[in-house]
Design a protein around this ligand. Structure first.
Ligand code: ZN
Length: 252
């Protein structure tokens, strides 16, 4: 396999069997470029199985995540100056936790929350009277939201769920205007090589396709013409599941 970020060779590192009711297998590939080490997962299943898995994984993980966490409030506060008065889109919003946090922090802005799953859309409608727009964030139909109209994209724990992250980020960047920013939060796999087999059960349950470290995430953004404005690790995370937070500004 070719690395989706740096185009070096990626080699199979681990085969995982029986990740869903004892069926199917998945192979984890790691980029051989020591400056990149991007990890991508190849699931051996058809599209229908994949959608069921996506649903099961995300439903279980996200159904508990209906209210904004303290870390979301911290992020909203830290990035306030980029958010006030702006056109924002949250790609893969789940239960619109960023939109809730912005409301509760009284940050005036225009935010669109976008998610694929009906349970999330219905939850927001029933419990908050909020509209979440239904789009598959990996499908170009997403560009119906408007090319060049957004100041800020939020991608909170969604980017690790996309296959071919370089192509997807290129597509997303069309949504941004010439001074647009993107905030990406993903799990950090810097230390994953020794523990990946132990942790893999948890990771597969969320049906992740891509695993990043701070270096390859920066490389990916730079390759697509973003300047890195902020890059840090969530200090509240543990060694194996801390979060990378990166803010990029597009150079159009
Ligand atoms: Zn690579």
């Amino acid at each position: 396999m070719i690395c989706n970020i740096c185009k070096h060779e990626s080699l199979p590192k681990y085969t995982y069997k029986g990740w869903w009711e004892g069926e199917g297998s998945a192979i984890l590939y790691e980029c051989t470029n020591s400056l990149c080490r991007f990890i991508q997962i190849d699931y051996e299943c058809d599209q229908e199985q994949r959608e069921i898995l996506d649903f099961l994984g995300l439903r279980d993980v996200r159904k508990t995540m209906t209210k904004p966490s303290k870390s979301i409030f911290r992020r909203v506060d830290f990035f306030k100056n980029y958010l006030v008065g702006k056109n924002i889109v949250d790609l893969g919003s789940g239960c619109a936790r960023y939109e809730q946090a912005l409301d509760q922090s009284e940050i005036k802005c225009n935010i669109k929350s976008v998610d694929f799953w009906d349970w999330a859309i219905e939850y927001c409608k029933d419990h908050m009277n909020k509209t979440v727009l239904k789009y598959d964030i990996e499908n170009e139909k997403l560009l119906e939201l408007g090319e060049g109209v957004f100041d800020f994209i939020i991608s909170s724990h969604t980017f690790e769920h996309v296959n071919r992250p370089t192509e997807i980020l290129r597509m997303w960047s069309k949504l941004l205007n010439k001074d647009g920013h993107i905030l990406i939060e993903v799990p950090d796999t810097t230390y994953a090589d020794t523990s990946i087999a132990d942790e893999i059960d948890i990771w597969f349950s969320g049906l992740h396709y891509s695993y990043f470290n701070p270096d390859n995430l920066e490389l990916l953004l730079s390759t697509l013409g973003f300047d890195i404005v902020h890059k840090f690790l969530d200090p509240k995370g543990t060694k194996h599941c801390q979060t990378i937070i990166i803010l990029g500004k597009i150079n159009k």
